[in-house]
Write a new protein. Structure first.
Length: 65
């Protein structure tokens, strides 16, 4: 939606599923994202959250082994 500021605080938070959380977090940071919730906060679930360069908060999820 145009004309709306980015969402810095999650209201509707969507998660992207990944097979390798550590590699995904590294890729996020390498591409200008900022980790705002590190891996391990939601243990035993494997999650993290990042802020994209536009200021939107997005979650990451890895299925437990």
């Amino acid at each position: 939606m145009l004309g709306r500021p980015p969402s810095g605080a999650p209201g509707l938070l969507f998660y992207i599923m990944t097979d390798n959380m550590a590699a995904t977090v590294d890729a996020v940071v390498a591409n200008g994202g900022e980790i705002v919730q590190p891996i391990g906060v939601d243990a035993p679930e494997i999650t993290a959250r990042f802020c994209d360069p536009g200021g939107n908060v997005i979650g990451l999820y890895q299925s437990p082994a």
